[in-house]
Design a binder for this molecule. Structure first.
Ligand SMILES: O=C([O-])[C@@H](O)[C@@H](O)[C@H](O)[C@@H](O)C(=O)[O-]
Ligand SMILES: [Mg+2]
Length: 419
């Protein structure tokens, strides 16, 4: 199973104007699609970020993998690490926490690891979930991921989702997503309006959806004191409060004073963050993300470690396509400790995808594990070509929610904490 060739293709797809603490989503979201082709003619798929620095590193790493054995993922990791060197890559938006060298290598390695597992699964005729230990659930529950949003991009027509700028708008958006996908949990992306307004929105959702577990995630937009006030105001309402404030120290200062667990995909984002977070009791839930936790196997090891220390698991998401959704679904299906519904941006992509339709679907808010070998999804080459052309033409080269927001609101500041 020697790697004969690795093909790296950047793609762009339409994204609605979703608001967050860093600004607003641009009209185009970027991803990179990785194809690992072996000497036996089996091709494995991976998906990762599309930002220029990361794309360059992914391309350099791809060239270093020719001739390696798809079974030998330690050798693949070593080659990726050597190709990354000492360069740390940071996201401009800062929504997935601090960058470190290990996290940079883990991020570059991840799509190749997923693609190698896809190869091995296809060769063995078994789903990736089987390679990760076997499925403990046949379908993986996801949450309705609500965003405050404008009706459309200021330079374009309104989109099909409509505006959501107050509690009624968010409740209406929840009805749309729950109605269409059957989600049984709801997450609100906060950090956009003053906390009192976001509390009001969560309470309106609680009234409209009395049975749905609710989460709120302001991406560290609040001070420690504000986080404690909001946490107490939502006593009995939230399943967990996600990244109310920044840093392990900040989260540890909030945790003992609020009634619900704190969750994160910002202050614990790489292995070296775990010891201090555990020592200080900073978090109760970790949102895994195989795209920056070094792929599926390492994520599953992190989950085991978290369970040992009483930390529960959920899963984080940025804008993504079907290869990522398939990988997330196999990982969560094979990881008993992922007991909270996972996040996904899938509804916001509104059917745009690089994978052929059919393998991935939502049933009662959950994605059944694809049955086919490997990830169980096939590349739609026409869609890939269209999205690659969109990438070439769209002009976006790195996600920058803040600059895009400042085009329309020049005084906007992404300063955190803001409240
Ligand atoms: O897409 C967004 O705007 C989200 O805010 C995303 O970038 C975050 O990383 C993420 O969803 C989160 O849970 O923090
Ligand atoms: Mg988050």
């Amino acid at each position: 199973m020697l790697i004969r060739e690795v093909v790296v293709t950047p793609v762009a797809f339409r994204d609605p104007p979703l608001l967050n603490a860093a600004g607003v989503h641009e009209p185009w979201a970027l991803r990179t699609i990785v194809e690992v082709v072996t000497d036996e003619g089996v091709t494995g798929l991976g998906e990762t970020y599309g930002d220029l620095d990361h794309l360059a590193k992914t391309r350099t790493a791809a060239r270093a993998l020719t001739g390696l054995d798809a079974y030998d993922r330690n050798a693949v990791y070593t080659a990726v690490a050597a190709s990354v060197g000492a360069d740390v890559v940071t996201d401009a938006h800062g929504l997935t926490g601090a960058a470190t060298l290990e996290k940079t290598v883990d991020r570059v390695f991840s799509p190749f690891e997923v693609a190698c597992l896809d190869v091995l699964g296809k060769a063995a005729g078994r789903p990736v979930a089987d390679l990760l230990g076997g499925r403990v659930r046949d379908a993986v529950p996801y949450s309705a991921y609500l965003f405050y949003k404008w009706a459309g991009h200021p330079d374009g027509p309104d989109d099909a989702f409509g505006a959501a700028l107050d509690p009624d708008g968010l409740v209406e958006q929840a009805r749309l997503l729950v109605g269409r996908y059957g989600f049984r949990s709801i997450k609100v992306k906060g950090g956009v309006f003053p906390p009192a307004e976001e509390i009001e929105a969560v309470l309106a959702l609680r009234q409209a959806f009395p049975e749905h577990p609710l989460r709120l995630d302001p991406n560290a937009a609040w001070s420690v004191d504000t986080s404690i006030e909001v946490g107490r105001a939502l006593d009995g309402v939230l399943e967990y409060l996600e990244d109310p404030t920044g840093g392990i120290d900040g989260m540890a200062a909030v945790a003992p004073h609020v009634p619900m667990p704190l969750a994160t995909n910002m202050c614990v984002v790489t292995p070296e963050h775990l010891p201090p977070a555990i020592r200080q009791g900073a978090i109760g839930v970790l949102l895994l993300d195989h795209h920056y936790w070094g792929g599926l196997v390492k994520s599953s090891h992190i989950a085991t470690l978290c369970t040992t220390f009483g930390i529960e698991l959920s899963m984080h998401s940025n804008s993504h396509l079907g290869i990522s959704l398939a990988a997330m679904t196999h990982l969560a299906a094979a990881t008993p400790a992922v007991t909270h519904a996972c996040d996904t941006h899938t509804p916001w992509q509104d059917g745009q995808d690089v994978v052929a339709p059919g393998a991935l679907r939502f049933v009662d808010g959950a994605v059944p594990v694809p049955d086919g070998p490997g990830l169980g999804v096939e590349l739609d080459r026409d869609a890939l070509a269209v999205m690659n052309e969109q990438y070439e033409k769209c002009g976006v080269r790195s996600r920058d929610d803040t600059s895009y927001m400042k085009r329309f609101h020049p005084t906007f500041s992404p300063r955190r904490p803001r409240w």
